[in-house]
Design a binder for this molecule. Structure first.
Ligand code: B12
Length: 352
Protein backbone atom coordinates (compact mmCIF):
# COMPACT_ATOMS: atom_id res chain seq x y z
CA UNK A 1 0.00 0.00 0.00
CA UNK A 2 1.47 3.39 -0.99
CA UNK A 3 1.12 6.65 1.00
CA UNK A 4 -1.94 7.92 -0.91
CA UNK A 5 -3.72 4.61 -0.37
CA UNK A 6 -2.86 4.65 3.34
CA UNK A 7 -4.22 8.21 3.66
CA UNK A 8 -7.33 7.15 1.72
CA UNK A 9 -7.94 4.30 4.17
CA UNK A 10 -7.66 6.69 7.14
CA UNK A 11 -10.02 9.14 5.47
CA UNK A 12 -12.46 6.33 4.80
CA UNK A 13 -12.61 5.35 8.47
CA UNK A 14 -13.05 8.98 9.54
CA UNK A 15 -15.29 10.31 6.74
CA UNK A 16 -18.18 10.94 9.11
CA UNK A 17 -16.08 12.85 11.64
CA UNK A 18 -14.27 14.91 9.00
CA UNK A 19 -17.53 15.82 7.25
CA UNK A 20 -18.96 17.05 10.50
CA UNK A 21 -15.85 19.04 11.45
CA UNK A 22 -15.61 20.60 8.01
CA UNK A 23 -19.20 21.80 8.02
CA UNK A 24 -19.02 23.12 11.60
CA UNK A 25 -15.91 25.06 10.76
CA UNK A 26 -17.28 26.42 7.49
CA UNK A 27 -20.46 27.60 9.18
CA UNK A 28 -18.42 29.24 11.94
CA UNK A 29 -16.33 31.11 9.39
CA UNK A 30 -19.45 32.13 7.45
CA UNK A 31 -22.12 32.96 10.05
CA UNK A 32 -24.42 34.26 7.29
CA UNK A 33 -24.83 30.61 6.18
CA UNK A 34 -26.27 29.71 9.57
CA UNK A 35 -28.76 32.55 9.41
CA UNK A 36 -29.72 31.69 5.82
CA UNK A 37 -29.84 27.88 5.89
CA UNK A 38 -29.87 26.85 9.59
CA UNK A 39 -29.65 23.24 10.80
CA UNK A 40 -31.21 21.83 7.61
CA UNK A 41 -28.50 23.53 5.56
CA UNK A 42 -25.87 21.89 7.75
CA UNK A 43 -27.37 18.44 7.20
CA UNK A 44 -27.29 18.97 3.41
CA UNK A 45 -23.73 20.31 3.62
CA UNK A 46 -22.62 17.23 5.59
CA UNK A 47 -24.08 15.04 2.86
CA UNK A 48 -22.13 17.02 0.25
CA UNK A 49 -18.96 16.83 2.35
CA UNK A 50 -19.28 13.03 2.45
CA UNK A 51 -19.57 13.02 -1.36
CA UNK A 52 -16.44 15.21 -1.68
CA UNK A 53 -14.50 12.93 0.65
CA UNK A 54 -15.70 9.78 -1.09
CA UNK A 55 -14.50 11.12 -4.42
CA UNK A 56 -11.19 12.17 -2.87
CA UNK A 57 -10.79 8.71 -1.33
CA UNK A 58 -11.40 6.89 -4.62
CA UNK A 59 -8.99 9.21 -6.45
CA UNK A 60 -6.32 8.56 -3.79
CA UNK A 61 -6.89 4.80 -3.75
CA UNK A 62 -6.36 4.58 -7.48
CA UNK A 63 -3.61 7.23 -7.53
CA UNK A 64 -5.45 9.45 -10.05
CA UNK A 65 -5.80 13.17 -9.12
CA UNK A 66 -7.71 13.81 -12.39
CA UNK A 67 -10.68 11.92 -10.96
CA UNK A 68 -11.02 14.41 -8.12
CA UNK A 69 -10.33 17.36 -10.41
CA UNK A 70 -13.12 16.28 -12.77
CA UNK A 71 -15.48 15.85 -9.82
CA UNK A 72 -14.62 19.32 -8.48
CA UNK A 73 -15.36 20.95 -11.84
CA UNK A 74 -18.64 19.06 -12.10
CA UNK A 75 -19.62 20.11 -8.54
CA UNK A 76 -18.68 23.73 -9.20
CA UNK A 77 -21.08 23.84 -12.17
CA UNK A 78 -23.84 22.34 -10.04
CA UNK A 79 -23.32 24.93 -7.29
CA UNK A 80 -23.23 27.82 -9.76
CA UNK A 81 -26.55 26.61 -11.16
CA UNK A 82 -28.19 26.86 -7.76
CA UNK A 83 -26.96 30.46 -7.45
CA UNK A 84 -23.77 30.12 -5.39
CA UNK A 85 -20.72 32.25 -6.32
CA UNK A 86 -18.35 30.48 -8.72
CA UNK A 87 -15.51 30.45 -6.15
CA UNK A 88 -17.58 29.04 -3.25
CA UNK A 89 -16.28 25.52 -3.89
CA UNK A 90 -12.68 26.77 -4.05
CA UNK A 91 -13.05 28.30 -0.58
CA UNK A 92 -14.71 25.16 0.72
CA UNK A 93 -12.04 22.83 -0.65
CA UNK A 94 -9.34 25.15 0.70
CA UNK A 95 -10.96 24.68 4.11
CA UNK A 96 -10.95 20.92 3.64
CA UNK A 97 -7.24 21.16 2.78
CA UNK A 98 -6.51 23.07 6.01
CA UNK A 99 -8.50 20.58 8.06
CA UNK A 100 -6.74 17.57 6.57
CA UNK A 101 -3.28 19.09 6.93
CA UNK A 102 -4.01 19.63 10.62
CA UNK A 103 -4.77 15.91 10.98
CA UNK A 104 -1.87 14.44 9.02
CA UNK A 105 1.62 15.26 10.28
CA UNK A 106 4.02 13.22 8.21
CA UNK A 107 5.46 15.14 5.27
CA UNK A 108 4.71 12.39 2.72
CA UNK A 109 1.07 12.22 3.84
CA UNK A 110 0.75 15.99 3.58
CA UNK A 111 2.37 15.99 0.13
CA UNK A 112 0.02 13.29 -0.99
CA UNK A 113 -3.07 15.22 0.20
CA UNK A 114 -1.99 18.43 -1.50
CA UNK A 115 -1.11 16.62 -4.73
CA UNK A 116 -4.77 15.53 -4.97
CA UNK A 117 -6.45 18.68 -3.63
CA UNK A 118 -4.38 21.48 -5.16
CA UNK A 119 -5.03 20.78 -8.86
CA UNK A 120 -8.77 20.65 -8.10
CA UNK A 121 -8.68 23.83 -6.00
CA UNK A 122 -6.93 25.75 -8.74
CA UNK A 123 -9.27 24.34 -11.42
CA UNK A 124 -12.32 25.73 -9.62
CA UNK A 125 -10.70 29.13 -9.11
CA UNK A 126 -12.28 30.50 -12.27
CA UNK A 127 -15.77 30.41 -13.75
CA UNK A 128 -16.83 27.05 -15.22
CA UNK A 129 -16.41 26.83 -18.99
CA UNK A 130 -19.58 26.35 -21.03
CA UNK A 131 -20.15 22.69 -21.91
CA UNK A 132 -20.84 22.03 -25.58
CA UNK A 133 -24.02 20.20 -26.55
CA UNK A 134 -23.64 16.54 -27.48
CA UNK A 135 -26.02 16.99 -30.41
CA UNK A 136 -24.39 19.52 -32.63
CA UNK A 137 -23.18 17.36 -35.51
CA UNK A 138 -24.57 17.90 -38.99
CA UNK A 139 -25.10 14.31 -40.21
CA UNK A 140 -28.49 12.68 -40.83
CA UNK A 141 -28.01 10.57 -37.67
CA UNK A 142 -27.22 13.72 -35.64
CA UNK A 143 -30.43 15.32 -36.89
CA UNK A 144 -32.41 12.19 -35.98
CA UNK A 145 -30.83 12.23 -32.51
CA UNK A 146 -31.87 15.87 -32.00
CA UNK A 147 -35.44 15.07 -33.11
CA UNK A 148 -35.52 12.00 -30.87
CA UNK A 149 -34.52 14.13 -27.88
CA UNK A 150 -37.18 16.69 -28.73
CA UNK A 151 -39.92 14.02 -28.86
CA UNK A 152 -38.76 12.77 -25.46
CA UNK A 153 -38.79 16.29 -24.00
CA UNK A 154 -42.29 16.75 -25.43
CA UNK A 155 -43.32 13.60 -23.57
CA UNK A 156 -44.27 12.01 -26.89
CA UNK A 157 -43.31 8.37 -26.42
CA UNK A 158 -45.18 7.15 -29.51
CA UNK A 159 -43.26 9.44 -31.89
CA UNK A 160 -39.96 8.57 -30.19
CA UNK A 161 -40.55 4.85 -30.74
CA UNK A 162 -41.72 5.41 -34.31
CA UNK A 163 -38.66 7.50 -35.14
CA UNK A 164 -36.34 4.67 -34.11
CA UNK A 165 -38.32 1.80 -35.59
CA UNK A 166 -38.68 3.66 -38.91
CA UNK A 167 -34.93 4.33 -38.99
CA UNK A 168 -34.23 0.62 -38.36
CA UNK A 169 -36.79 -0.41 -41.02
CA UNK A 170 -35.00 1.94 -43.43
CA UNK A 171 -31.76 0.06 -42.79
CA UNK A 172 -30.06 1.92 -39.92
CA UNK A 173 -27.86 -0.64 -38.08
CA UNK A 174 -28.58 -1.14 -34.37
CA UNK A 175 -25.00 -0.05 -33.63
CA UNK A 176 -25.77 3.35 -35.20
CA UNK A 177 -29.05 3.65 -33.30
CA UNK A 178 -27.23 2.93 -30.04
CA UNK A 179 -24.10 5.02 -30.57
CA UNK A 180 -25.45 7.72 -32.87
CA UNK A 181 -28.83 8.33 -31.23
CA UNK A 182 -29.27 6.86 -27.74
CA UNK A 183 -25.77 7.58 -26.39
CA UNK A 184 -25.50 11.29 -27.38
CA UNK A 185 -29.11 11.84 -26.34
CA UNK A 186 -28.44 10.33 -22.90
CA UNK A 187 -25.29 12.46 -22.57
CA UNK A 188 -27.26 15.54 -23.58
CA UNK A 189 -29.96 14.73 -21.04
CA UNK A 190 -27.22 14.55 -18.40
CA UNK A 191 -25.77 17.89 -19.52
CA UNK A 192 -29.18 19.58 -19.39
CA UNK A 193 -29.92 18.13 -15.96
CA UNK A 194 -26.52 19.31 -14.73
CA UNK A 195 -27.25 22.83 -16.01
CA UNK A 196 -30.58 22.80 -14.18
CA UNK A 197 -32.53 22.86 -17.45
CA UNK A 198 -34.12 19.43 -16.99
CA UNK A 199 -35.78 17.95 -13.92
CA UNK A 200 -35.00 14.53 -12.48
CA UNK A 201 -38.52 13.45 -13.49
CA UNK A 202 -37.89 14.44 -17.13
CA UNK A 203 -34.55 12.58 -17.11
CA UNK A 204 -36.32 9.47 -15.70
CA UNK A 205 -39.00 9.65 -18.42
CA UNK A 206 -36.45 10.01 -21.25
CA UNK A 207 -34.31 7.17 -19.89
CA UNK A 208 -37.34 4.90 -19.40
CA UNK A 209 -38.49 5.44 -23.00
CA UNK A 210 -35.01 4.71 -24.36
CA UNK A 211 -34.82 1.49 -22.33
CA UNK A 212 -38.23 0.53 -23.67
CA UNK A 213 -37.17 1.16 -27.28
CA UNK A 214 -34.01 -0.88 -26.70
CA UNK A 215 -36.19 -3.79 -25.54
CA UNK A 216 -38.35 -3.44 -28.66
CA UNK A 217 -35.20 -3.99 -30.74
CA UNK A 218 -34.31 -7.19 -28.84
CA UNK A 219 -35.76 -9.64 -31.39
CA UNK A 220 -33.08 -8.30 -33.73
CA UNK A 221 -30.31 -8.56 -31.11
CA UNK A 222 -30.87 -12.10 -29.81
CA UNK A 223 -30.95 -14.13 -32.99
CA UNK A 224 -28.32 -16.85 -32.54
CA UNK A 225 -27.64 -19.72 -30.17
CA UNK A 226 -24.82 -22.10 -29.19
CA UNK A 227 -21.84 -19.79 -29.39
CA UNK A 228 -18.35 -20.32 -27.90
CA UNK A 229 -17.52 -16.74 -26.96
CA UNK A 230 -19.02 -16.17 -23.51
CA UNK A 231 -19.11 -12.96 -21.52
CA UNK A 232 -20.72 -11.86 -18.26
CA UNK A 233 -21.54 -8.16 -17.91
CA UNK A 234 -22.38 -6.33 -14.67
CA UNK A 235 -22.61 -2.85 -13.18
CA UNK A 236 -20.93 -3.02 -9.81
CA UNK A 237 -22.65 -2.75 -6.47
CA UNK A 238 -24.19 0.71 -5.98
CA UNK A 239 -24.08 1.69 -9.65
CA UNK A 240 -27.54 2.30 -11.11
CA UNK A 241 -26.38 3.42 -14.57
CA UNK A 242 -26.99 0.42 -16.76
CA UNK A 243 -27.63 1.65 -20.30
CA UNK A 244 -23.96 1.94 -21.30
CA UNK A 245 -23.12 -1.63 -20.29
CA UNK A 246 -26.35 -2.91 -21.78
CA UNK A 247 -25.27 -1.40 -25.11
CA UNK A 248 -21.90 -3.11 -24.80
CA UNK A 249 -23.57 -6.48 -24.09
CA UNK A 250 -26.13 -6.08 -26.90
CA UNK A 251 -23.56 -5.15 -29.53
CA UNK A 252 -21.36 -8.07 -28.48
CA UNK A 253 -24.39 -10.35 -28.74
CA UNK A 254 -24.89 -9.03 -32.28
CA UNK A 255 -21.20 -9.75 -32.93
CA UNK A 256 -21.77 -13.42 -32.14
CA UNK A 257 -21.05 -13.55 -28.41
CA UNK A 258 -23.11 -15.38 -25.84
CA UNK A 259 -23.67 -12.65 -23.27
CA UNK A 260 -25.05 -12.82 -19.75
CA UNK A 261 -26.03 -9.28 -18.83
CA UNK A 262 -26.76 -8.85 -15.11
CA UNK A 263 -27.75 -5.16 -15.10
CA UNK A 264 -27.33 -2.52 -12.41
CA UNK A 265 -26.11 -2.74 -8.82
CA UNK A 266 -24.90 -6.35 -8.75
CA UNK A 267 -23.42 -7.69 -5.48
CA UNK A 268 -19.69 -8.43 -5.66
CA UNK A 269 -19.87 -12.17 -4.95
CA UNK A 270 -22.82 -12.65 -7.29
CA UNK A 271 -20.74 -11.37 -10.18
CA UNK A 272 -17.88 -13.79 -9.56
CA UNK A 273 -20.28 -16.72 -9.00
CA UNK A 274 -21.95 -15.97 -12.34
CA UNK A 275 -18.61 -15.92 -14.15
CA UNK A 276 -17.95 -19.43 -12.77
CA UNK A 277 -21.42 -20.72 -13.57
CA UNK A 278 -21.45 -19.32 -17.10
CA UNK A 279 -17.86 -20.41 -17.77
CA UNK A 280 -17.27 -16.91 -19.14
CA UNK A 281 -13.99 -16.04 -20.84
CA UNK A 282 -14.54 -12.33 -20.25
CA UNK A 283 -16.05 -10.34 -17.39
CA UNK A 284 -17.22 -6.87 -18.45
CA UNK A 285 -17.57 -4.45 -15.53
CA UNK A 286 -19.04 -0.97 -15.57
CA UNK A 287 -18.65 1.87 -13.05
CA UNK A 288 -20.03 5.41 -13.31
CA UNK A 289 -19.18 7.43 -10.23
CA UNK A 290 -15.70 7.63 -8.73
CA UNK A 291 -16.81 5.78 -5.62
CA UNK A 292 -18.03 2.82 -7.70
CA UNK A 293 -14.35 2.06 -8.31
CA UNK A 294 -14.15 0.61 -4.77
CA UNK A 295 -16.60 -2.25 -5.43
CA UNK A 296 -15.20 -2.66 -8.95
CA UNK A 297 -11.71 -3.21 -7.54
CA UNK A 298 -13.11 -5.69 -5.00
CA UNK A 299 -14.72 -7.76 -7.76
CA UNK A 300 -11.41 -7.86 -9.61
CA UNK A 301 -9.52 -8.89 -6.46
CA UNK A 302 -12.03 -11.65 -5.71
CA UNK A 303 -11.85 -12.98 -9.24
CA UNK A 304 -8.05 -12.86 -9.33
CA UNK A 305 -7.90 -14.85 -6.07
CA UNK A 306 -9.66 -17.82 -7.64
CA UNK A 307 -7.16 -20.08 -9.50
CA UNK A 308 -10.05 -21.67 -11.43
CA UNK A 309 -10.73 -18.24 -12.99
CA UNK A 310 -7.11 -17.46 -13.84
CA UNK A 311 -7.85 -17.31 -17.58
CA UNK A 312 -10.81 -14.96 -17.33
CA UNK A 313 -10.07 -11.54 -18.85
CA UNK A 314 -11.49 -8.40 -17.30
CA UNK A 315 -12.79 -5.63 -19.53
CA UNK A 316 -13.87 -2.37 -17.86
CA UNK A 317 -15.59 0.85 -18.88
CA UNK A 318 -17.75 3.77 -17.80
CA UNK A 319 -17.28 7.42 -16.87
CA UNK A 320 -14.11 7.16 -14.67
CA UNK A 321 -12.32 5.34 -17.48
CA UNK A 322 -13.30 8.02 -19.98
CA UNK A 323 -11.74 10.62 -17.67
CA UNK A 324 -8.64 8.55 -16.84
CA UNK A 325 -7.98 5.60 -19.19
CA UNK A 326 -4.79 4.67 -17.29
CA UNK A 327 -7.02 3.50 -14.42
CA UNK A 328 -7.14 0.14 -16.12
CA UNK A 329 -3.60 -0.72 -14.90
CA UNK A 330 -4.19 0.79 -11.46
CA UNK A 331 -7.11 -1.55 -10.79
CA UNK A 332 -5.49 -4.60 -12.38
CA UNK A 333 -8.01 -5.05 -15.21
CA UNK A 334 -6.97 -6.31 -18.65
CA UNK A 335 -8.45 -3.61 -20.88
CA UNK A 336 -10.93 -0.77 -21.14
CA UNK A 337 -13.06 0.55 -23.99
CA UNK A 338 -14.52 4.02 -24.31
CA UNK A 339 -17.66 2.92 -26.11
CA UNK A 340 -19.59 -0.15 -27.17
CA UNK A 341 -18.10 -0.26 -30.67
CA UNK A 342 -14.54 -0.22 -29.36
CA UNK A 343 -15.57 -2.87 -26.81
CA UNK A 344 -16.30 -5.36 -29.60
CA UNK A 345 -12.83 -5.28 -31.14
CA UNK A 346 -11.14 -5.21 -27.74
CA UNK A 347 -13.17 -8.17 -26.44
CA UNK A 348 -12.27 -10.16 -29.57
CA UNK A 349 -8.59 -9.22 -29.16
CA UNK A 350 -8.65 -10.33 -25.52
CA UNK A 351 -9.76 -13.80 -26.61
CA UNK A 352 -6.81 -13.84 -28.99
C1 B12 B 1 -29.74 8.17 -16.91
C2 B12 B 1 -28.83 8.63 -15.80
C3 B12 B 1 -29.13 8.21 -14.50
C4 B12 B 1 -30.19 7.18 -14.19
C5 B12 B 1 -29.69 5.78 -14.63
C6 B12 B 1 -30.84 4.87 -15.01
C7 B12 B 1 -30.45 3.63 -15.74
N1 B12 B 1 -31.38 2.71 -15.75
O1 B12 B 1 -29.37 3.46 -16.27
C8 B12 B 1 -30.38 7.35 -12.64
C9 B12 B 1 -31.57 8.24 -12.37
C10 B12 B 1 -30.51 6.07 -11.84
C11 B12 B 1 -29.13 8.14 -12.26
C12 B12 B 1 -28.74 8.33 -10.96
C13 B12 B 1 -27.67 9.11 -10.58
N2 B12 B 1 -26.90 9.87 -11.38
CO1 B12 B 1 -26.92 9.74 -13.31
N3 B12 B 1 -26.95 9.95 -15.15
C14 B12 B 1 -27.72 9.46 -16.08
C15 B12 B 1 -27.28 10.01 -17.45
C16 B12 B 1 -28.18 11.18 -17.80
C17 B12 B 1 -27.26 9.04 -18.60
C18 B12 B 1 -26.50 7.72 -18.35
C19 B12 B 1 -26.50 6.98 -19.65
O2 B12 B 1 -27.46 6.30 -19.96
N4 B12 B 1 -25.49 7.20 -20.51
C20 B12 B 1 -25.43 6.66 -21.85
C21 B12 B 1 -24.43 5.53 -21.97
C22 B12 B 1 -24.55 4.91 -23.33
O3 B12 B 1 -23.13 6.10 -21.85
P1 B12 B 1 -22.00 5.49 -20.88
O4 B12 B 1 -22.60 5.10 -19.60
O5 B12 B 1 -20.86 6.43 -20.88
O6 B12 B 1 -21.57 4.15 -21.61
C23 B12 B 1 -20.72 4.05 -22.75
C24 B12 B 1 -19.22 4.09 -22.43
O7 B12 B 1 -18.90 4.74 -21.23
C25 B12 B 1 -18.82 2.64 -22.43
N5 B12 B 1 -19.02 1.82 -21.25
C26 B12 B 1 -19.82 1.99 -20.19
N6 B12 B 1 -19.74 0.94 -19.36
C27 B12 B 1 -18.87 0.07 -19.91
C28 B12 B 1 -18.41 -1.17 -19.47
C29 B12 B 1 -17.49 -1.86 -20.25
C30 B12 B 1 -17.01 -3.21 -19.81
C31 B12 B 1 -17.02 -1.29 -21.45
C32 B12 B 1 -16.01 -2.02 -22.26
C33 B12 B 1 -17.47 -0.04 -21.89
C34 B12 B 1 -18.40 0.62 -21.11
O8 B12 B 1 -19.62 2.10 -23.46
C35 B12 B 1 -20.94 2.65 -23.30
C36 B12 B 1 -21.66 2.57 -24.63
O9 B12 B 1 -20.94 3.20 -25.67
C37 B12 B 1 -25.81 10.44 -17.12
C38 B12 B 1 -25.20 11.44 -18.09
C39 B12 B 1 -24.00 10.87 -18.83
N7 B12 B 1 -23.12 11.70 -19.27
O10 B12 B 1 -23.85 9.67 -19.00
C40 B12 B 1 -25.97 10.88 -15.67
C41 B12 B 1 -24.76 10.95 -14.74
C42 B12 B 1 -23.82 9.80 -14.99
N8 B12 B 1 -25.38 10.83 -13.42
C43 B12 B 1 -24.86 11.60 -12.54
C44 B12 B 1 -25.26 11.67 -11.17
C45 B12 B 1 -24.63 12.75 -10.33
C46 B12 B 1 -26.19 10.76 -10.63
C47 B12 B 1 -26.65 10.68 -9.18
C48 B12 B 1 -25.57 10.83 -8.12
C49 B12 B 1 -27.75 11.73 -9.00
C50 B12 B 1 -28.31 11.80 -7.59
N9 B12 B 1 -28.00 12.88 -6.91
O11 B12 B 1 -28.97 10.93 -7.14
C51 B12 B 1 -27.30 9.27 -9.14
C52 B12 B 1 -26.30 8.16 -8.72
C53 B12 B 1 -26.95 6.81 -8.76
C54 B12 B 1 -25.99 5.67 -8.53
N10 B12 B 1 -25.78 5.29 -7.28
O12 B12 B 1 -25.45 5.11 -9.46
C55 B12 B 1 -23.72 12.44 -13.11
C56 B12 B 1 -22.34 11.93 -12.67
C57 B12 B 1 -21.40 13.08 -12.43
C58 B12 B 1 -20.10 12.69 -11.83
N11 B12 B 1 -19.27 13.68 -11.67
O13 B12 B 1 -19.81 11.59 -11.47
C59 B12 B 1 -24.02 12.36 -14.67
C60 B12 B 1 -22.78 12.45 -15.57
C61 B12 B 1 -25.01 13.49 -15.02
C62 B12 B 1 -24.36 14.87 -15.08
N12 B12 B 1 -24.03 15.38 -16.27
O14 B12 B 1 -24.18 15.48 -14.08
N13 B12 B 1 -28.51 8.66 -13.36
Amino acid sequence: MNVSQAVAEMLDVRTEAFSEQLVERYFELHPELNRKFGERGKVKCREDARYHLNYLISAMRTGKPTLFLDYAQWTQQLLVNVGLPFDELRRYLAQLRTLLLEQFHQQEERDSITSFLDPAISAVGHRPLPQASHLEGGSETDRLAATYLQTLLDGDRTSAVELVTNAVDDGMPIKTVYLGIFQPVQYEIGRLWHLGELTVAQEHFCTAVTQWVMSRLYPMVFTHSGRDKRLVAACVSGDLHEIGLRMVADLLELDGWNTCYLGANVPIRGIVETVTKERAQILALSATMGFHLGPLTQVIELLREDPALANVKILVGGRPFLIEPSLVQAINADAMASNAEEAISIANDLLG
